[in-house]
Design a protein around this ligand. Structure first.
Ligand SMILES: NC(=O)c1ccc[n+]([C@@H]2O[C@H](COP(=O)([O-])OP(=O)(O)OC[C@H]3O[C@@H](n4cnc5c(N)ncnc54)[C@H](O)[C@@H]3O)[C@@H](O)[C@H]2O)c1
Length: 426
């Protein structure tokens, strides 16, 4: 049996510490976490203890983990959005194979800087894989296979909706880490670079131009119910009718849950621990009195090479937390629902026999981004193993070159939304 590959984790939060390092715990024959960097001592030691990492390999600063020489076969960079660039550039200098959380960086200039550095890696060894997990889901890879097999002829147009889910939006984009552009990224980048990447991948052609609209419409102080206090826990008169009541959500509805999103609000998941987090931390704030500024809905109209079009909607105000889409081709259409794992293919032939060309595929949905988290880790670790065994690893499905365009599309959409103009690629 081959030795497991070794990994260093920079940013031991939800993604680095729980999702990716968690995958290694579930697959000990394939990968081991041997070093960790996180300024939060509790997280550092939690992950350090889970993986039996010796004290000298637990770092408070990523700079020390990456001081050189290399400590592992690969490194996972899962720091907050604003803290991806510097560790990524340094890890590239050391020739690491890198799994870099999306977004690559919050600004166009920084993304291009990382991309230029990644281009030079070929001479030096190492690689950058961007964590665009959706490409690794059975749902989207099956859909891509259907398109490549010509099941609906040539794709002409796509409708794609990212249904964030009202509670998820309130958690991450009103109260949580992604609520302010200055401390994270524009919402279309933070949340939807995955989906813009999917559109680009499914269409299989470069984008040509786009236009975008959207705003922060609802989660504003003027929409607070009369008498609503700063925190839900302080006796809000509207608690019964408010969909965003934090006590009902984190303490009552999720009482039996210890995973995301409650694991984000506190380490003490007892009832009292949760209540304390709601009294003191950001997740207890009234959604109308937070310091959020990112949009709560946005649409992007896109034209790709050859005249293919797409209409993308991302919205907070949905009951489901999933992606739904309809692809219209010259010989048929496909409707998809990610969470249900459902792909319905309707063929236009044979003509005149409506319904006979209909097939519904059920794709296993899986946990963690519909199986994408596991798929990404398996592929990343597989490439590390190939390199370790002297084989040439396959190009990642989400190499930095592949992932770049989605980020440029997101920046263009943001420019269009703010400036009220059509933005051309290039
Ligand atoms: N691929 C996906 O689908 C997906 C999903 C969610 C989040 N993300 C992205 O993953 C990244 C991490 O998100 P998260 O939800 O794990 O956030 P998190 O806040 O749970 O984790 C980030 C961790 O980085 C640590 N950190 C902060 N400064 C650091 C430093 N200087 N050196 C080392 N560690 C440092 C924090 O202490 C924290 O533990 C973000 O960029 C986020 O946008 C990607």
């Amino acid at each position: 049996m081959a030795e497991p590959v070794t990994l260093a984790v920079i940013g031991a939060g939800n993604r680095g510490g729980d999702v990716y390092a968690g995958w290694c715990l579930a697959h000990p024959d394939q990968a081991r976490v041997v070093a960790v960097a996180d300024p939060r001592e509790a997280r550092r030691n939690l992950v350090g203890d889970r993986h039996q990492i010796p004290p000298e390999r637990r770092f408070a600063r990523w700079e020390d983990l990456l001081a050189g020489p290399r400590l592992a076969d690969g490194v996972i960079i899962a720091t907050p959005d604003q803290l991806h660039v510097e560790p990524a550039l340094r890890a590239m200098e050391l020739g690491y194979d890198i799994l870099l959380e999306k977004p690559i960086a919050p600004t166009r200039e920084e993304v291009l800087k990382v991309a230029r550095a990644a281009e030079r890696l070929q001479d030096r060894g190492g690689s950058v894989t961007v964590a665009h997990v959706l490409r690794y889901t059975p749902f989207f890879s099956t859909l891509k296979g259907l398109l490549d097999a010509g099941r609906i002829g040539h794709v002409v147009s796509i409708q794609y909706t990212e249904n964030i889910g009202y509670w998820h939006f309130a958690h991450s984009y009103v109260r949580g880490n992604w609520r302010r552009e200055a401390t994270s990224s524009p919402m279309i980048l933070a949340k939807s670079c995955h989906d813009l990447d999917m559109l680009r991948w499914l269409v299989g052609r470069p984008w040509v131009r786009l236009a975008s609209f959207g705003s922060l419409l609802h989660f504003r102080p003027e929409h607070a119910p009369p008498g609503a206090p700063e925190r839900c826990i302080d006796g809000c008169p509207a608690s019964e009718s408010c969909p965003f009541d934090a006590v009902r959500f984190y303490v009552e509805a999720l009482a039996d849950s210890t995973g995301w999103p409650v694991s984000v609000i506190t380490h003490d998941l007892s009832r009292e621990g949760r209540l304390q987090a709601l009294r003191e931390g950001p997740y207890g704030r009234c959604v109308y009195r937070s310091d959020n500024d990112v949009v709560d809905h946005q649409v992007v109209s896109l034209e790709f090479a050859g005249g293919v079009t797409a209409a993308f909607t991302v919205c907070a105000f949905t009951e489901e937390n999933t992606r739904t889409l309809k692809l219209m081709g010259t010989h048929g259409e496909i409707r998809g629902h990610l969470e249900k794992g459902e792909l319905e293919v309707r063929s236009f032939v044979p003509q005149g026999t409506r319904g006979s060309g209909r097939e519904v595929l059920h794709v296993p949905a899986g946990a963690g981004h519909a199986g994408g988290d596991d798929g990404l880790m398996a592929a990343f670790v597989g490439r590390l193993r190939a390199r370790k065994e002297g084989r040439v690893p396959e190009e990642a499905l989400t190499s930095l070159a592949e992932s770049l365009e989605s980020h440029l599309m997101a920046f263009a959409a943001e420019a269009s939304r703010r400036e009220g103009r059509v933005v051309e690629a290039g």
